[in-house]
Design a protein around this ligand. Structure first.
Ligand code: GMT
Length: 403
């Protein structure tokens, strides 16, 4: 019996699953991860139903086996705040019943895990079961989740999930520390990247963001305070005083104006390009020479992974989840939060030494592909789903057949 045949038979016996995915549809890492996960699950033969208030930003075209269900909270004059969480729970409940979903996988605890818990209890009351998997992404635990107005409901909801995952060990530790959770099993499943999409060679020469002698320094985010955008500008200010360089900022958010003002005050506005929200950043990353992510905290830093897969070394903050994503001193470097001098020096050292930069660029790509390729990480979610549903794992069958 051939190994391929055994593998196929094993996969079939394990069966495909019907999975509901809820995430924020807006520009940001958790929505990107949830969408890429759903698309890959569909490629692997599962049926995937996205449930959110808008089409996720990376879900732009028809894909076989992928469906989108819009949550529409009704407005009523009595409501100053329409209760989105309840409307979400109702839509989850409806979709699970109608489409006979096996499980709901929610991304970002607040309020998605709470809505999932309500939907699951409503279903159980009518004799139908669905499993609830919650993935913790970052500020749902470390910032917003800490606010006294949400803390107890976040704790309750994550404890009620059938399974919990966190995108880094750093976030897993923070969850135990900040919520003193009773549930001892948080699986760490890192974020992932498609090496075929994030590939410098694929887009070589496609975008020319500066003149040929300029080095391109890039930052991509949703420009929230936690990203420390002023540090990005200050680091670049020092870098461009040592070599010809241009700063390309991608994204938008509350800190954008402050970034523009600071660049103006430092007299470098003509060296800074702000592109706004661009959905597909792989082509842009392929033309970058250095990526900056000096965040106050970062549970993972998906964009740092996408940059490295594109052969772009990353300078980031130490003592955050970035330490699991950047190989310090090899694929970039990590520095104390706010140490813009050290970050600038590290950037200048890389950009002024061609051999050093080439070694870091190649190492970045290799590190990202070896550790975080989609094909390596998504099976971990599939395994967890089968586990929580009590289904056999493809490996189980392979193990018994092969022995
Ligand atoms: O937690 C957030 O701030 C939002 C979230 C998002 O939607 O962008 O970002 C978090 O999740 C990403 C995907 O897992 C991680 O790559 C980011 O590091 C994380 N952001 C923070 O921890 C600040």
């Amino acid at each position: 019996m051939s190994v391929v045949w055994i593998l196929e038979a094993a996969y079939e016996s394990a069966g495909s699953m019907k999975i509901g995915i809820t995430c924020y549809p807006t520009y940001g890492g958790s929505g990107a991860v949830a969408t890429e996960l759903g698309l890959e699950l569909a490629r692997n033969g599962h049926e995937v139903h996205f449930i959110s208030y808008a089409q996720p930003f990376r879900l732009t075209q028809f894909k076989d086996g992928v469906y989108f269900h819009e949550v529409k909270p009704n407005q009523y004059p009595l409501f100053e705040y329409p209760p989105y969480s309840l409307a979400l729970a109702v839509t989850m409940h409806e979709v699970v019943r109608r489409e006979e979903l096996d499980l709901l996988h929610v991304h970002y605890a607040l309020p998605h895990a709470t809505a999932g818990w309500i939907a699951r209890d409503m279903l159980r009351a009518s004799g139908q079961d669905v499993k609830l998997v919650t993935t913790l992404h970052g500020t749902d635990i470390t910032l917003v989740g800490q606010d006294p107005s949400y803390w107890s409901i976040v704790r309750f909801s994550i404890e009620k999930s059938d399974r919990l995952t966190a995108v880094s060990s750093w976030l897993c530790d923070r969850t135990y520390q900040d919520f003193q959770c009773e549930q001892s099993a948080i699986d760490v499943i890192p974020n992932f990247v498609d090496p075929d999409v994030y590939d410098r060679d694929r887009y070589a020469g496609k975008h020319v963001l500066g003149s040929p002698d300029e080095r391109i320094v890039m930052h991509i985010s949703n420009f929230r305070r936690v990203k420390r955008i002023p540090d990005v500008i200050k680091i670049f200010h020092r870098v461009q005083s040592e070599l010809p360089a241009r700063l390309v900022l991608v994204g938008d958010g509350p800190e954008r104006q402050a970034a523009e003002d600071l660049a103006q005050r430092l007299g470098i506005s003509d060296r800074v390009v702000i592109l706004g929200k661009i959905e597909s950043v792989a082509e842009l990353l392929a033309s970058a020479d250095l990526f900056l992510l000096p965040s106050e905290q970062e549970s993972f830093g998906l964009v740092a992974l996408e940059a490295q897969a594109s052969g772009v070394p990353v300078i980031g903050s130490a003592h955050t989840g970035l330490a699991e994503v950047i190989e310090d001193g090899v694929t970039g470097s990590l520095h104390a939060v706010g140490d813009v001098d050290a970050m600038a020096e590290a950037g200048i050292a890389l950009l002024t030494d061609k051999d050093r930069w080439t070694a870091a660029s190649l190492a970045s790509r290799a590190w990202a592909v070896e550790n975080f390729a989609t094909s390596r990480v998504v099976p971990k979610y599939e395994k967890l789903y089968r586990d929580v549903l009590g289904l056999s794992q493809p490996d189980d069958t392979l193990g018994s057949d092969a022995s």
